[in-house]
Design a protein around this ligand. Structure first.
Ligand code: GDP
Ligand code: IMO
Ligand code: MG
Length: 437
């Protein structure tokens, strides 16, 4: 049962989508296990860009089935639009290729409105969410009032439940959040009826499908969304998302046993980015930060916001590797560092003169840590046309081997461009190679 988990090891947008697409030419199934359309995964194939937020990044591989696990929160209209966008682009999307778990919860209009009203009310204490209703939808799941995909099978009961939920959420919007935003029942109902007619055949039992696939030795890739530092429990709380993003979430999000996970690949950029608010110890608020943002085209896929940029943070990375049992790292966007004279890696955090063992739990403390760096000579050569590890400039190889040494985890993949071709394996990458033809 060869399975591979691909997770973000930083604050999201590490290039998970690109790698999942790359690592599925020889895979049978690709499954999302958490998050929702707060994710924006970009695939570039033969110069054509595809942006996915819900459909797994294996969809461009014709022999791969895609699964949206029960741990994902599904905005049905976003899903419908994404299916249509793919079909219009000539991608075969049908119920035999895409299965949505019946237990996945829906994101409804009132979730989005609550997300927006809360962010607006927070003023300068905003989390900087994607305003897509992720947090409120997960709250409803936890408080047992959420609505699941399976409920689209019994519209009469659903109508009653939706009316009750909407009444309460509208009261909350008006009386507690003092917002003028209100969800409209008939509008929401009409939307649900419209999407229902299309997505009903896609709803199935993803947990059983995955169990059978793994029993039959099929190759399964689990695609993470967001990143470790945005994990609801272990991230930089409260500036996090509302789901667990670490590898352990594969089991709860897809309904498979933890023993079914064979290999965890952590994806990290060769530097660090963050979109939204919250502490960021290695942030560069200078020309180098601006250089990385421009050269790396660091603008959010979902909201278009400019991502904040900084140096690679080995302290946070060690934590990410530990939290998910990461077996190997894929370092992306190495091309963006080309041309810099000096490059730095943060190897230590100090707070009030004391070295810290791990990332502190309080955002107020993380704001104050003093990062300590080691400095490298950069490289000027372009990485275009590189097909083998030893083609990489010597300083780039030294940078990668130092990361691997400091973190105690091998770097087995390097990406240096958005296209599939700009990806190479190290000699230690034998496991992940199974997923590529
Ligand atoms: P994800 O959310 O982790 O899937 O990442 P995003 O798609 O949100 O952001 C990564 C961005 O970088 C996308 O625009 C990718 O096309 C692009 N990208 C991925 N890998 C590389 C790379 O190695 N070099 C460059 N220059 N761009 C890359
Ligand atoms: P992918 O899968 C980067 C961030 C938001 C915000 C915080 C909470 O593309 O890597 P939410 O809408 O989830 O309640 O927002 O999390 N965030 C992401 N940042 N990449 C993502 O996904 C993100 N999904 C959420 O910017 O700071
Ligand atoms: Mg993204």
């Amino acid at each position: 049962m060869p399975s591979l988990v691909v997770i973000g090891a930083q604050w999201g947008d590490e290039g998970k989508g690109k790698l999942v697409d790359y690592l599925t030419s020889n895979a049978d199934v690709v499954a999302r296990f958490q998050g929702g359309n707060n994710a924006g995964h970009t695939l570039v194939v033969d110069g054509v860009k595809t942006k996915l937020s819900l459909v797994p990044s294996g969809i461009l591989r014709p022999n791969t089935r895609c699964v949206i696990g029960a741990g994902v929160v599904v905005d049905p209209e976003v899903l419908l639009n994404e299916i249509r966008m793919l079909q219009e682009a000539g991608v075969d999307v049908n119920p035999s290729r895409l299965v949505l778990d019946r237990n996945a919860h829906l994101i409804l209009d009132y979730h989005r409105l609550i997300d927006q009203a809360r962010e607006d009310a927070r003023g300068d204490r905003k989390i900087g969410t994607t305003r897509s209703g992720i947090g409120p939808a997960y709250e409803d799941r936890a408080s047992r009032t959420g609505i699941r995909l399976a409920e689209l099978n019994s519209m009469e009961e659903l109508r009653e439940k939706l009316a009750e939920n909407m009444k309460q959420r509208n009261l909350y919007l008006a009386r507690v959040l003092e917002s003028e935003l209100q969800a409209n029942f008939e509008e929401q109902w009409a939307k649900l009826e419209r999407v229902r007619s299309v997505i009903l055949p896609y709803i199935g039992n993803a947990s059983l499908l995955l169990y059978n696939a793994l029993e039959h030795e099929e190759k399964v890739v689990f695609e993470g969304a967001q990143g470790t530092l945005l994990d609801q429990t272990f991230g930089t709380f409260p500036y996090v998302t509302s789901s667990n993003t670490i590898a352990g979430a594969v089991s709860t999000g897809c309904g498979i046993g933890p023993g079914s996970i064979d290999h965890v690949l952590g994806v990290a950029k060769a530097y660090t980015t963050r979109v939204g608010q919250g502490p960021f110890p290695t942030e560069l608020r200078d020309q180098v930060g601006q250089y990385l943002a421009e050269k790396g085209a660091e603008f959010g896929t979902v909201t278009g916001r400019q991502r904040r940029c900084g140096w690679f943070d080995a302290v946070a990375m060690r934590r990410a590797v530990r939290l998910s049992g990461v077996n190997a790292l894929a370092i992306t966007k190495l091309d963006v560092l080309c041309g810099l004279e000096k490059i730095k890696i943060c190897i230590k955090y100090k707070l009030n003169g004391q070295e810290l063992e791990d990332v502190p739990a309080l955002a107020s403390e993380l704001e104050k840590v003093e990062p300590e760096y080691i400095e490298f000579d950069g490289w000027q050569d372009t990485l275009e046309g590189v097909t083998k590890w030893h083609h990489l400039p010597v300083n780039a190889r030294f940078y990668l081997s130092t990361i691997s040494e400091i973190i105690g985890c091998p770097v087995t993949i390097v990406s240096f461009g958005a296209e599939r071709e700009s990806t190479i394996f190290s000699s230690g990458a034998s496991y992940v190679k199974n997923f590529v033809k």
